[in-house]
Design a protein around this ligand. Structure first.
Ligand SMILES: Cc1ncc(COP(=O)(O)O)c(C=O)c1O
Length: 315
């Protein structure tokens, strides 16, 4: 919902195009379509699993109203490249659902003044409020506008009576309720420890799987911080990924695949005329990828058990 609020307020709508990545949850494209704009989908860079920047640049046109990157798995995209595009008047809205705690060259994702950043507080994220999320901008007037869109387009003048309000534009009902906010405040206290734990689990996995015939997840550039929302292995193409998932399951270890690329969903294929062959890297990733368990409550024994099982199955 945060991405819809941001795009709507930034004036993105019918006739506009917004560029985003093929490797994301459908919510990213859905937000673009919800404001009436057209999602323009680019392939990924297999070295980062984030969008392929050359493709992004090649798809920028006079119709491009916004760029909507995803920091996939929590690995930050190059924010310097993104900043350079804003001189053409293109808006930046980041889908930071995976990136609470990520940093680009020491600056937290959400701390870049040229961009609006949207975080998710869904239960599987770095922190949760049950449902909901957070919009971040360093521009106070823009934040005041987002607040108006967020709740029915209502504006309350500081000079008016407390009961008084005026609807100044068509808005949404997307405010965070008090119960969710209370959960969020309690969650904030655990956030840093949780991020450290994810980092430790990722390091343990990376060390333990270094000699296996698998592609390990991309590591952050020096100076960047990875939030490790996901830890994704890419199996060799001769091995059946789904068989591996069944085997892990038989040992009581849940794994998953993030995500079915947008070019495979009937809705986006049809609406955007997407063809799998135009997204070879996202398709290759999709066929070979498996996300291992990574969450703060994992004990050292849990981590060891995942490592031992993966090693036993893949050695
Ligand atoms: C990349 C990405 N964007 C957006 C979302 C949607 O977040 P929410 O469930 O808070 O709407 C998700 C959820 O998993 C996601 O992974």
């Amino acid at each position: 919902m945060g991405m819809i609020i941001a795009l709507k307020r930034l004036g993105v709508g019918i006739g506009d195009e917004v560029i985003t990545t093929c490797l994301t949850f459908t919510a990213t494209a859905e937000a673009i379509a919800a404001v009436g704009a057209k999602p323009v989908i680019v392939d990924i860079d297999p070295a980062t699993l984030n969008w392929d920047w050359e493709q992004v640049v090649s798809r920028i046109s006079p119709r491009t109203a916004a760029l909507l990157p995803v920091h996939f798995a929590g690995l930050p995209i190059d924010m310097d490249l993104l900043r350079a595009e804003t001189i053409h008047g293109i808006c930046i809205v980041e889908d930071a659902a995976h990136a609470l705690g990520s940093k680009f060259q020491g600056v937290p994702i959400g701390g870049h003044h040229f961009s609006t950043t949207v975080f998710s507080f869904y239960p599987n994220k770095a922190m949760t409020t049950g449902e909901g999320g957070m919009i971040v901008t360093s521009k106070p007037t823009l934040m005041a506008d987002y607040r108006i869109v967020r709740l029915h387009g209502i504006y309350r003048s500081p000079d008016a009576m407390p009961w008084d309000y005026r609807v100044v534009e068509p808005g949404l009902k997307a405010n965070m309720d008090e119960i969710s906010a209370a959960i969020g405040i309690a969650q904030l206290e655990k956030l840093e420890a949780g991020q450290l734990k994810r980092q430790q689990i990722a390091e343990a996995y990376t060390k333990a799987f270094a000699d296996l015939d698998v592609e390990l997840p991309p590591q952050p550039h020096p100076g960047d911080t990875h939030a490790w929302h996901l830890y994704v292995l890419r199996l060799p193409s001769w091995r059946s990924r789904n068989h591996f998932i069944h085997q892990m399951d038989s040992f009581g270890i849940g794994t998953s695949v993030h995500y079915v690329p947008l070019c495979l969903h009937p809705q986006w294929k049809k609406e955007l005329d997407l063809h799998e062959t135009d997204f070879p890297h996202a398709m290759d990733y999709f066929q070979r990828s498996v996300s291992l368990p990574i969450y703060p409550k994992m004990t050292a024994q849990d981590v060891d058990r995942v490592i031992d099982t993966v090693r036993a199955l893949l050695t």
